[in-house]
Design a protein around this ligand. Structure first.
Ligand code: FAD
Length: 404
């Protein structure tokens, strides 16, 4: 089949690119090895897809080349996607921090993208395995302006096009259809890739370090979590093997192995002052802390405090100023040393990817391979938690969809 555009990967970015290119009158095939369209949209946001964030700014994205995302994000904004939802009468709500979720199931968004693709004449090939990609390069003016051609052999036949878009996503949750295929295509065409690592992922601790906390699974508290120069204030959740919850997931995308996390467990209070006001109280420290934390957590935390600082869990009237200061310091800067992450099986995204210095920020086309485009999560642009990753998928898909 000869077409203008072949898109590999019918997830968020691939479908957005396909519908945009189709609307421009380009003939488009959208190929995916999975049985179902856009499985990650389906499971996202707890089944209600946190499809964008009203506060989207380039600062919410991680990349070796932080300015790269600016152009695409400015040309397809959260309001553009909202307008598309409204056209299809899909209702939504803001949960918190600018995060927009569907009122009903994520399936509504998949249905909307499918309808837009169908109306734009996009031909979809699901359960279609890619066997090989061959290429006759662009010859330029000297070669009479002959365009590049891409030949894609698949389990469902041969496809030929002048534009090939790779939208195969990242490595997280392999059971949704995630594969490293996009990175293999980059290698085939000598397009550089930055270091890959799991992002938005729960952090784990050495079993001996975590043993005292492992029984507290499910306990959560509001905190500011800092790693390097980045701080996030949201919930922290204790798990059997370590820490999770939004604040930890956000920090995990920046966290470097061998560095501690700093957790301010009571960011709204000056705990030295609070403890100083309790000089006559006979309440034990752990009991006093239950106004902010679950009793089980306060007990374990105080036992660990003693192990670390020799400050015992005593009635508050028995501490001196030095001890009060020590307790307050640890409450405001509880330092923990993760040993690793839960990996791609539990990660929401892959940090790193196609090196954006090899791409045009306007079109997502490879600088050295005309006609070849990379969009979405396979690219080294990773959003924070909260709808930013889908916004990048829409924006980069739109940018390529206008160019292919
Ligand atoms: C559990 C979970 C929840 C999430 N929730 C949110 C959220 O609420 N908000 C948010 O912004 N982000 C969320 N994300 C992240 C978001 O889903 C991704 O960043 C986004 O889907 C990336 O879009 P994409 O089109 O680049 O890739 P994908 O949506 O992953 O699509 C890639 C497509 O390529 C196909 N493919 C892969 N390999 C091949 C191959 N070899 N041959 C053919 N096809 C192939 C796959 O089958 C898939 O259909 C979540 C992620 C997970 C895992």
């Amino acid at each position: 089949m000869k077409v203008d555009v072949i898109i590999i990967g019918s997830g968020a970015a691939g479908m957005m690119c396909a519908l945009q290119a189709g609307q421009r009158g380009r003939s488009v095939v959208l190929i995916d090895h999975a049985k179902k369209l856009a499985e990650k949209i389906r499971i996202s946001g707890g089944g209600r897809c946190n499809f964008t964030n009203l506060n989207t700014r380039p600062e919410n994205f991680i990349s070796d080349n932080p300015n790269f995302c600016r152009s695409a994000l400015s040309r397809y904004t959260p309001q553009d996607f909202i307008a598309l939802l409204q056209k299809h009468s899909i209702t939504f709500h803001e949960k918190t921090l600018g995060q927009l979720f569907c009122d009903d199931e994520s399936e509504a968004i998949i249905g909307m993208l499918r309808r837009e693709c169908d109306e734009a004449g996009v031909k979809r090939f699901m359960s279609c395995e890619i066997e090989a990609i061959k290429h006759t390069p662009y010859v330029g003016e000297a070669g009479l302006g002959k365009k590049a051609k891409f030949y894609v052999s698949t389990s469902r036949g041969e496809f030929e096009a002048v534009s090939l878009v790779i939208a195969t996503g990242g490595l997280s949750i392999p059971k949704t259809g995630a594969t490293p295929y996009g990175y293999h295509v980059a290698e085939q065409f000598n397009v550089p890739i930055t270091k890959l690592r799991a992002g938005l992922v729960p952090l784990t601790f050495a079993p001996d370090d975590w043993k005292p906390y492992s029984e507290l699974t499910g306990v959560s508290f509001d905190a500011v979590v800092t790693t390097g120069k980045h701080s996030f204030r949201e919930n922290v959740l204790v798990t059997h093997r370590g820490l999770s919850g939004p604040a930890i997931l956000q920090a995990s995308s920046y966290w470097q192995h061998g560095t501690p996390l700093h957790i301010n467990m009571l960011p709204d209070a000056d705990m030295f002052e609070v403890l100083s006001e309790q000089k006559t109280s006979k309440k034990q420290l752990a009991n006093f802390l239950t106004q902010w934390f679950a009793k089980s957590f306060a007990d374990v935390w105080c036992t660990q405090l003693t192990a670390r600082t020799q400050v015992a869990n005593l009635p508050l009237n028995q501490y001196n100023d030095k001890q009060r200061k020590m307790i307050a310091d640890v409450l405001h800067d509880w330092q923990v040393m993760p040993s690793g992450t839960m990996g791609y099986a539990k990660a929401e995204v892959t940090c790193g990817g196609i090196d954006t210095r090899a791409l045009s920020s306007k079109t997502m086309e490879c600088n050295d391979v005309p006609g070849l485009y990379f969009i979405g999560e396979v690219v080294d642009v990773t959003g924070w938690l909260g709808g930013y990753n889908f916004q990048w998928a829409w924006a980069s898909g739109y940018a390529a969809g206008q160019a292919v």
